[in-house]
Ligand binder design. Structure first.
Ligand code: FAD
Length: 397
């Protein structure tokens, strides 16, 4: 594996870096804490505007084909942009459109769906949420009960979703519905696109322990959805759903978030004075930092190996299944170390006068715990690695 970048790639990196240096400070979003952007309309508008800018500059969806608004660039350039975004502490895209639905539609959508949705996903004109989980159907996603009956050329949807991140500001939802209740559970599911302005949809907030309204309950009461909004084949939505999950898990396991947290933790530790000395000189805490940094580095090279496989047309296989598990647990361990570094200051959250590092860490610590669960819990990731990766026998359920 060649870890060096070509001169052209280095030139591209400098171009990205200087564009970020020029444009990010004006956005007021540098180093924003999770949830900060979405707290009110102003924050949301600012985050959308930033996504639009990234897109216009050609730094969003680099690997998407040009005809769908991407740059048709190789994954190395995407990795460079990701690294520079971390370096500049720049936020990414809003909602699940760019990360999850876009790549799914490129593989599974009709031409009509692609031309209707992809451009608006990139420009942040339409924000997407994910309607998968239901009460009684989280880890066992295929047990979902939200029903869609075909009436004429429409689906009529009834049921409930839960933990739907961003449903209160999303314009559209990609949603799993049961279209054949008689079929075995994985075979009677369809993947449809629902306009959140459709009559019959009620969105109720669920406030998280961070104090933010991150996710919601969504109720469907005879919601009518055109049949043309079916992605993939009727009753074969499980495969499409898994394609989206693959993109979600890769994004959640991105090494860039982890690297950014490590950098921020190191800065925090250098600024915390314990027994008259910076915490970075404390041998026990140094050992802790070293251990975390080794894990972050290991993950970085693990992802570079996958990047090499992708460039060479090889399937990274089991390696890719590990990313979400390792990345989200590492993020939580990094923020746990930060909370311990803060000591009593960990009680001071965002907005408190005396809070260190703008009160960033308590929210990050709680949020990163949520991401160990969201997108499939660590237990479920371990089952997937064991069964699909290591080909171990299925656990009795
Ligand atoms: C921050 C956050 C954002 C989210 N956003 C969304 C969203 O936008 N859209 C959406 O649809 N959903 C979303 N979710 C929901 C998420 O996908 C589910 O919470 C997750 O899949 C777990 O399901 P559950 O909560 O029903 O837990 P359960 O499935 O009830 O699991 C409870 C516990 O049992 C364990 N468990 C269950 N089955 C097994 C098994 N077979 N083997 C071993 N252990 C098992 C789990 O690991 C867990 O510890 C979000 C969740 C969080 C935390």
């Amino acid at each position: 594996m060649d870890l060096n970048f070509t001169p052209e790639e280095e030139e591209f990196r400098l171009k990205v870096r200087s564009w970020l240096a020029e444009n990010l400070p004006a956005s007021g979003l540098r180093g924003a804490a999770p949830g900060d952007q979405m707290r009110d309309k102003t924050g949301l508008d600012r985050a959308k505007e930033w996504q639009r800018k990234l897109h216009q500059a050609g730094y969003l969806a680099l690997s998407w084909p040009k005809e769908y608004g991407g740059q048709a660039m190789d994954p190395v350039r995407q990795a460079i942009v990701n690294e520079e975004m971390v370096r500049a502490r720049a936020p990414g895209s809003v909602g699940g459109g760019v990360i999850m639905l876009g790549p799914t539609l490129i593989s599974w959508g009709t031409e009509e769906q692609k031309s209707r949705h992809l451009a608006k996903i990139l420009s942040a004109e339409e924000i997407w949420c994910q309607g998968y989980s239901e009460p009684g159907s989280g880890s066992d996603l295929a047990a979902l009960k939200t029903r869609a009956e075909i009436v004429g050329d429409e689906f009529v949807v009834n049921g409930q979703k839960v933990w739907t991140s961003g449903a209160h500001y999303a314009d559209w939802m990609f949603c799993l519905v049961r279209t054949d209740p008689q079929a075995p559970k994985h075979r009677g599911i369809s993947y449809i696109l629902i306009d959140m302005k459709s009559p019959g949809i009620t969105v109720r907030p669920l406030v998280q322990m961070t104090g933010d309204r991150g996710f919601n309950e969504v109720f469907f009461d005879n919601v009518r959805v055109p049949r043309a909004n079916l992605v993939g084949k009727l009753n074969e939505g499980w495969m499409v759903a898994n394609a989206t999950l693959f993109h979600e898990r890769n994004a959640l396991g991105a090494t860039t978030t982890t690297q950014a947290l490590l950098n921020r933790l190191k800065q925090l530790a250098a600024s915390v004075i314990r027994d008259g000395k910076p915490l970075t000189t404390d041998p026990v805490f140094r050992q802790r930092l070293a251990d975390l940094e080794i894990r972050v580095e290991a993950m970085k090279y693990h992802l570079m190996r996958q990047l090499t496989d992708t460039i060479r047309g090889r399937n990274p296989g089991i390696a890719a299944m590990v990313n979400k598990l390792v990345g989200t647990e590492l993020n939580h361990d990094l923020s746990t170390a930060a909370m311990e570094a803060l000591g009593d200051y960990a009680l001071l959250a965002r907005g408190a006068d005396q809070a260190l590092d703008r009160g960033y860490w308590p929210g990050e610590w709680m949020f990163s715990l949520g991401l160990v669960i969201g997108g499939g819990t660590s237990h479920i990731q371990k089952n997937i690695i064991a069964e699909r990766g290591l080909k171990m026998p299925k656990a009795a359920r």
